[in-house]
Ligand binder design. Structure first.
Ligand SMILES: Cc1cc2nc3c(=O)[nH]c(=O)nc-3n(C[C@H](O)[C@H](O)[C@H](O)COP(=O)(O)OP(=O)(O)OC[C@H]3O[C@@H](n4cnc5c(N)ncnc54)[C@H](O)[C@@H]3O)c2cc1C
Length: 353
């Protein structure tokens, strides 16, 4: 008997993936479709399985660098919507959001409802369903602090599963969805957040506290926090709709304290910024390392790439024609920082496939 599949959405062939990454680089996907429901997602998976094709699910493409060779399988763009509220009691509210919802719109809705928990994650591009993948974080908040459960399609058996936050291996910019043996196994269909009524509590993240002080703000509601984050981010980061970029291109390295001591001994201009992680380790801002390795506002005509003037951690594509050029530029930065500080920076966006 020949398997037959009724596909309710269109599957396109030979689609340029540069249109599905905010870095705007990359070759073609053999096939691509957009799904709006779990049923469509299951259909897409069955379509790819029947043809023995690999499959990658993406959201807004804001954390993806596609290879020039493209992808020989099926790329699925997730548009699954939904926003359901469950009020547990006077203080705790659970919201379950469809994985394809625009993340910042979700944050805006929760802030308008007077809820606290994700307001510092305002203006991060992409979809809600991608936030658990790298445990999205900014200004002292990470989604792992508020995620209750994640609903997902398990590709190993085609079943829907509910994964409690404790099983998701969350760490700094990582989870089981990004690294380790479970990578690629689950397709996230919705995420449930546990938020609280009322205001975010002090102490606030340094840059936010400075902003509040500067603007005479003392009553810190979720809306005040969101406005501050938007103001700070807008002054530092390029808008991906206007300038091709993936946000921070490198994670902040976590190094043994001895490495910090060594760098500090060589750097006499002042204290080297760092945030202690545990007794033996500290996190050094990758932006500081890049700046002091000579990559502040650095333009590279050879590759058409540059670092963003207000934030060297952001690599921008000014006129690069290929991912090979982006990778050559990245290698220059990584080699420069390693030569100066002996630290190897790790790339944050995923190079796919
Ligand atoms: C200007 C700018 C600023 C940024 N600032 C921050 C920041 O402050 N903090 C931060 O953490 N990140 C930041 N980012 C990175 C990025 O926005 C986030 O990682 C975001 O969550 C990616 O969402 P996306 O929908 O675009 O995911 P995509 O880029 O489409 O996908 C990212 C990864 O998640 C996987 N994925 C996507 N959807 C699903 C799903 N439903 N199920 C399973 N896997 C899935 C993809 O396969 C891929 O591996 C920034 C990016 C830009 C361009």
């Amino acid at each position: 008997m020949v398997a037959r599949y009724t596909i309710s959405m269109q599957i396109f062939d030979n689609v340029l993936l540069s249109d599905f990454s905010t870095m705007r680089l990359g070759g073609p996907a053999a096939h691509l479709c957009e799904v709006h429901t779990i049923f469509e997602l299951q259909e897409a998976m069955a379509w790819a399985t029947a043809r023995k094709l690999d499959m990658i699910v993406i959201g807004g493409g804001s954390n993806i660098v596609w290879q020039d060779s493209g992808f020989p399988g099926l790329v699925v763009v997730n548009h699954i919507e939904g926003y359901d509220v469950f009020e547990e009691d006077d203080t705790t509210v659970y919201i379950t959001v469809g994985a394809g919802e625009n993340w910042d719109s979700v944050v805006e809705r929760t802030v308008e409802a007077g809820l606290t928990g994700i307001e510092a994650l305002s203006l991060i591009p992409g979809t809600a369903g991608a936030t658990p993948v790298q445990n999205v974080g900014a200004y002292g908040e990470e989604v792992s602090q508020t995620i209750s459960v994640v609903q997902a399609l398990d590709r190993s058996n085609g079943l829907m599963v509910t994964l409690p936050a404790g099983d998701l291996g969350f760490s700094y910019r990582s989870s089981i969805f990004k690294t380790g043996p479970q990578r690629g196994r689950y397709i996230i269909t919705s995420v449930t957040f546990r938020l609280t009524r009322g205001n975010p509590s002090a102490p606030y993240y340094g840059a936010l506290q400075s902003y509040f002080t500067e603007h005479g703000l003392t009553d810190i509601t979720p809306a005040v926090m969101r406005d501050a984050v938007i103001a700070i981010r807008s002054s530092k980061l390029p808008d991906p709709a206007l300038v091709a970029n993936n946000g921070s291109f490198f994670a902040n390295p976590i190094v043994p304290l001895g490495v910090l001591t060594q760098i500090q001994a060589d750097f006499t201009d002042g204290p080297v910024p760092n945030w202690p992680v545990d007794n033996g380790h500290t996190k050094i801002p990758a932006a500081w390392l890049l700046e002091h390795a000579g990559f502040k506002n650095y333009k590279d005509p050879e590759t058409g790439m540059a670092t963003w003037p207000a934030q060297p951690l952001v690599m921008v594509n000014e006129s690069a024609a290929s991912t090979a050029q982006l990778l050559a530029f990245k290698a220059k930065l990584v080699d420069g920082v390693r030569a100066k500080f002996g630290i190897t920076l790790e790339q944050e966006p995923e190079l796919l496939p």
